[in-house]
Write a protein that binds this ligand. Structure first.
Ligand code: TUI
Length: 324
């Protein structure tokens, strides 16, 4: 068994947190991940506040044991963030993960309500701020991730964040199998957060076209767009992302025109299944996914492989003299 501070902190069988994917991570997927021994996560920015309340209720109704933990992910740039910040208190959600900013305005009320807060950090500076605010752990998210990304890779970000803070660090970005989990632990993380690898989960309600596009992806099939707007986003290459990139490099196109072009694009792909003209957000590890599995199989396979990888690692510790 792989047991770290993250198992103890949240009461988990496996130290894995599901990514809070906008328009995708709903109560059903979150419950499946929590039932499988990880921390399931509901995205707060799918629709309005009523939809969030419904998804929290759905998650609770599907948990095999009412004491199992789950979380809500609040994307702080969203206009729905303030309402979500109150709903998690009102509905006694045990864990909140935040992204795309610092949760400073909400920390006092969340901590008063005994909510465990886990900010996502793309740099050591944000991680240190999060720890100072009272976060119980931090997600070090590398730019291999899907969606809104920072500049640093998981390989360099994880050890630096682990050195910078004394709370547990959860590595994210590019982790899709047991080798990635083992590597994250060796880099100083006490757990992992994975989004992309749950897209093909049987319990994931994303459109079948989106799942198919993920399963067909090759290593070089993602692109980062949106840097010009200050919101870099990684997604699969398609007609939408190629045109977005062209518009970004065209000085004759205004920021407002680009924003209008991008508006509603994730929903178009995730819900309507338009994977050519919508944004198919995914991490670079999409190419490592080959089949639909249940959330339980995804997690159990990943941690069995991680255990095997770690157990076999002492083969690198030779008792022979080094070759000259
Ligand atoms: O938030 C994410 N990933 C996301 S959010 C999202 S929704 C979306 N929809 C349409 C267009 C764009 C996005 C899709 N993917 N990951 C967590 C994350 N947080 N990545 C980077 C950060 C971050 C960045 C800056 C966290 C804190 C931060 O603080 C800097 C500051 O000064 O506030």
């Amino acid at each position: 068994m792989i047991v770290t501070e993250v198992n103890r902190l949240f009461g988990l069988k496996y130290p894995i947190i599901q990514g809070g994917m906008a328009w995708i991570s709903d109560g059903k997927l979150a419950a499946a991940v929590s039932n499988a021994g990880g921390l399931g996560v509901i995205s707060a920015i799918n629709e309005g506040p009523e939809a969030l309340r419904r998804e929290i209720e759905t998650c609770r109704s599907l948990l095999r044991d009412g004491r199992l933990p789950f979380a809500v992910n609040i994307m702080l740039m969203s206009p729905l963030a303030a309402a979500a910040a109150d709903i998690v208190v009102e509905m006694k959600v045990p864990v909140v993960i935040t992204g795309a900013g610092l949760p400073t305005p909400y920390m006092k009320k969340w901590l008063a309500a005994s909510i465990q807060v886990v900010p996502v950090a793309p740099s050591t500076g944000v991680a240190k701020m999060a720890a100072r605010l009272g976060a119980c752990a931090v997600v070090a998210e590398g730019g291999e991730s899907g969606g809104h990304v920072g500049d640093l890779t998981t390989m360099v970000l994880t050890p630096q964040v682990a050195d910078a803070v004394s709370i547990p660090v959860i590595a994210a970005g590019g982790i899709a199998d047991g080798r990635g989990v083992a590597a994250a632990l060796l880099l100083g993380a006490a757990g992992v957060q994975c989004g992309t690898c749950f897209l093909p989960a049987k319990e994931c309600g994303v459109h079948a076209n989106y799942k198919r596009k993920i399963l067909e992806a090759k290593d070089i099939d993602t692109i980062v767009t949106g840097k010009r707007l200050g919101h870099p986003v990684r997604s699969l290459k398609n007609a939408f992302s190629r045109q977005f990139a062209d518009m970004e490099y065209d000085a004759a196109v205004s920021d407002r025109q680009i924003e209008a072009f991008g508006s509603g694009a994730l929903r178009r792909a995730a819900l309507d299944g338009d994977v050519q003209n919508g944004s198919v957000m995914a991490g670079q590890c999409a190419a490592m996914l080959h089949e639909e599995k249940t959330a339980e199989q995804i997690i159990a396979d990943m941690f069995r492989e991680a255990q095997d990888a770690l157990s076999a690692a002492d083969r690198f510790l030779s008792k022979e003299e080094p070759h000259a």
